[in-house]
Every structure is written in C-alpha cells, then in structure tokens.
Design a protein around this ligand. Structure first.
Ligand SMILES: N=C(N)NCCCC(=O)O
Ligand SMILES: [Zn+2]
Ligand SMILES: [Zn+2]
Length: 340
C-alpha cells in the first residue's frame, strides 16, 4: 500500500474546526488545490459552517467565455492565503468550520437546467445550516443562488459589486444570462427593495432608460468614481446604514475591479476600483448579517500572472472571514451544545 504523498490537514483537537494544511510542513504549492488549502467537505464528515462551492458555468455570457474555469483558478491562487487575517483581527478557519465542497455539476448546454441545479444544491447546503461562499462561473448563477437565499431568509438585502448593472431584461430573447440576474430576482420578489446597492458601476449603457429601470427596482448606485471622490470610509458607512441588520447577500463580479487589477474577466470596463478599495469596503461590513456571498466572472484565460485570481482569492478570504466572525459571535451569544 502506498501512503499519501502530501499529508492532509491535521486532525483537529477537541471538536475544533479542521483547518488548512500547514504550509510550514507541506509546501504550499504541493498537493491538490482546495480553497485556502482547507479540507474537502468529505474530510469534515460532510459538515461545515461555511461551504466554499465552485460553479463551473459560463453559458450565460455575452462576450468572452471562460469563467467556467474561474473557481479552480481561484483555488490555485488561494494557496498563499494564511490563517490569520490582521485586517479583521480574526483567524477565520479557527472561528468556524470552512470546507471546500467542490463543484456543482451543471449542464453547459441547457441554461434553464443549470439554473435549476444550482438552486437545488444551494438549497441543500443552506438547509444543512451552512452559509455559502460560491466561486463562479458567470453572473447568471446569482439568480438561482438568490432564489435559495430568499427561500431560507425571505427577501434579502443585496450588495452588488460590479462594473455592470446586470438588471437588463433579455439578450437575444434569453431571460437567463449574466446581464439579467438581478432583473429576474427583482421580478421574483427575492430582494428587499429597501436595501439594494450596486457598487463600482461604470461604463457605457444601452440608454438612459437602463438607469431608470434599475432605480425603479429600488437599487441605489455608488459608481466607481463615487468611491474615488467620496472615499472608502464614507461609502462604506452609507452602505452599512442602508443594510442595517437585514440578511445580506453580497455578490462580487470581479470586473468591479479595474482591468489593471483584474484583466482576467469576460466584459472588462476601464476605470474600476482598485483591489485595495474593494477589500477595504468589504472589511467595513463586519457588523452586517452576511448570510452568503458569491464571487463570479473570473476568466483565467485572459489573466496574467494570476493577477485576477489572486485578487479574487483575497476577496473570498475577506468574505469568508466576515461570515466566520459572525458565526462565532452568534455561538458566543447563545452557546450551542455541539458543533455541526
Ligand atoms: N455580468 C457581467 N459581467 N457582464 C454583463 C454585461 C452584459 C452586456 O454584455 O451588456
Ligand atoms: Zn460585470
Ligand atoms: Zn456581473
């Protein structure tokens, strides 16, 4: 019998979460890439507090394809993440169990079926009590994810980081595309219309009507230029006030970043946020009730030196840290008899 060449994460002690592989013992470039070198879900007995889930799907794109490879590119780039997050003063993988649940197997030839599959699997994960950190995939997948969120939490507050509105109606007559998920979510009543914000919006539109339609759905817009002029702290305060203690879903399209910070994406627009601005805004959400998040539109074929997937891995790390901090705080407030 051949023993494993690269050891897995160490056995946890006394019910503590199973953490990442120790990079001081196993070189971080060795072995299979799970997000942040965390255990797979089957290594935690199928139980986790936060499930990192890939959705290799890009059949909904209107321009460059390739986001189906985004999740695995982010996992590869996440090998360098370390267990303590000084910006949030937290060790996310010690506060709660985070595990890599692998990919949802979606039909690349049938968008309707793919949307149903994502909704179904997301529902199972949420029913287990876990939160989701989803790695896309193109932005189409936000719709089935929001359907699952609304079934569990009711209409959710939405913080949407993106160059684009993604509230357009149809493309070539198709209702489910990466430019339309939030229009469908609004029509289906999945969103809490008092707390909807786009952040980082910029670039040409089809017409002024796009903005009128978007405003009618209840969205507020913080453009990329607003972030530059008003600054991260003021913008974050305003977003936090709008969200309050509502259940919050965060959807990050990596094209919210300037193409200098994220060239590896399908519909790039000049004049975007820096990765520093995005990470800082996210860190400011620590008192929000973040129920789950997605990070979409990483298309590694257009990337260079993993610029985009490194930015994406750090973005997912900040989001995961926010969730684990909230899970730990809730446990402290009301001690549960056993860890899932
Ligand atoms: N969701 C993303 N990334 N892009 C939407 C752009 C849709 C369009 O081509 O007008
Ligand atoms: Zn976009
Ligand atoms: Zn988008």
């Amino acid at each position: 019998m051949i023993s494993s060449l690269t050891s897995n994460a160490p056995e946890p002690q006394g019910g503590a979460p199973r953490g990442p592989v120790d990079s001081s013992r196993v070189p971080r470039y060795a072995g299979p890439a799970t997000f942040a070198r965390l255990p797979r879900l089957d290594e935690t007995g199928g139980r986790t507090d936060v499930a990192v889930v890939g959705v290799p799907f890009d059949t909904g794109v209107s321009y460059r394809p390739g986001a189906r490879f985004g999740g695995n590119a982010i996992r590869e780039a996440s090998r360098l993440l370390r267990p303590y997050n000084p910006a949030q003063d937290a060790s996310p993988f010690a506060l709660a169990q985070v595990a890599d649940a692998g990919d949802i197997a979606v039909n690349p030839f049938d968008i309707g079926e793919a949307v149903e599959t994502v909704e179904h699997v997301a529902g199972e994960i949420l029913d287990s009590g876990a939160r989701m950190m989803t790695l896309g995939g193109d932005h189409t997948i936000a719709l089935p994810l929001l359907r699952a969120m609304a079934r569990k939490h009711g209409p959710v507050a939405l913080l949407h980081f993106d160059a684009h509105l993604d509230t357009w109606d149809t493309y070539f007559g198709a209702a489910y595309t990466h430019g339309t998920p939030f229009r469908r979510a609004s029509e289906e009543g999945l969103l809490d219309t008092a707390a909807l914000s786009h952040v980082g919006t910029r670039g040409p539109l089809y017409g002024k009507q796009d903005l009128d339609d978007d405003a009618k759905m209840g969205f507020g817009i913080v453009t990329s230029a607003d972030v530059m002029r008003r600054g991260v702290d003021e913008v974050t305060d305003q977003l936090r006030q709008r969200i309050g203690d509502r259940p919050l879903y965060v959807s990050v399209d990596i094209d919210v970043l300037d193409p200098a910070h994220a060239p590896g994406t399908g519909t790039p627009e000049a004049g975007g946020l820096t990765s520093r601005e995005l990470l800082e805004i996210l860190r400011g959400l620590s008192d929000c009730n973040l129920v789950s998040a997605d990070l979409v539109e990483v298309a590694p074929a257009y990337d260079h030196a993993e610029i985009t997937s490194v930015a994406a891995s750090h973005t997912a790390y900040e989001l995961t840290t926010l969730m684990t901090r909230q899970i730990a705080a809730a446990r402290e407030a009301e001690p549960a008899p056993e860890r899932p």
